[in-house]
Design a binder for this molecule. Structure first.
Ligand code: FES
Length: 165
């Protein structure tokens, strides 16, 4: 009995992958995206090498928009959030407003992400600077593989950033 209870807690808090074929958990997964600490199928690999300074790319990972912004010298560095690949800094974030989940729009003129829903604003690193968003946009788990960004896998660079928060 005690073992069963431990199994359940493991599934609920950390062992989503271990749940494997349990039908009820498959159903849950559709509505509850696994925590970033859980590995699951569905990696998205993005080659960053063609990106130019100031360029914003939006890719999809597990149905969510991911913003990748190659920073320019005029964009403030953020050591707690910047993803460094080679000698370039990138801001990588889940492109959903942390207020109620709208997709903010990049505004190059002011170097901000603006959310049209309730006027929330974020800086180029995805940090909330104005309005109702309660926190910065989330950083998805990632791994750096040469010039490629592998979304969905927790590499040492991601763990380093998370440890700083
Ligand atoms: S959803 Fe973005 S400010 Fe409300």
């Amino acid at each position: 009995m005690a073992v069963k209870r431990r199994d359940f807690l493991g599934m609920a808090f950390g062992g989503f992958v271990a749940a494997g074929g349990a039908i009820s958990l498959v159903a849950m997964k559709k509505t509850w995206d696994p925590l970033p600490s859980v590995k699951a199928a569905g990696f998205t690999t993005v080659d960053l090498s063609p990106m130019e300074e100031g360029q914003l790319s939006t890719v999809t990972w597990r149905g969510k928009p991911i913003f990748i912004l190659k920073k320019t010298a005029e964009m403030k560095k953020n050591e707690n959030r910047d993803v460094v690949v080679g000698n370039a800094d990138y801001a990588v974030m889940i492109g959903l407003c942390t207020h109620l989940g709208c997709i903010p729009t990049w505004t190059p003129a002011t170097l901000q992400f603006k959310c049209a829903c309730h006027g929330g604003e974020f800086d180029a690193s995805g940090v909330n600077t104005f309005g109702p968003p309660p926190r910065p946009m989330d950083i998805p788990p990632f791994r750096i593989d040469g010039t490629k960004l592998v979304l969905g896998e927790e590499g040492p660079e991601y763990k380093k950033l998370v440890a700083k928060v």
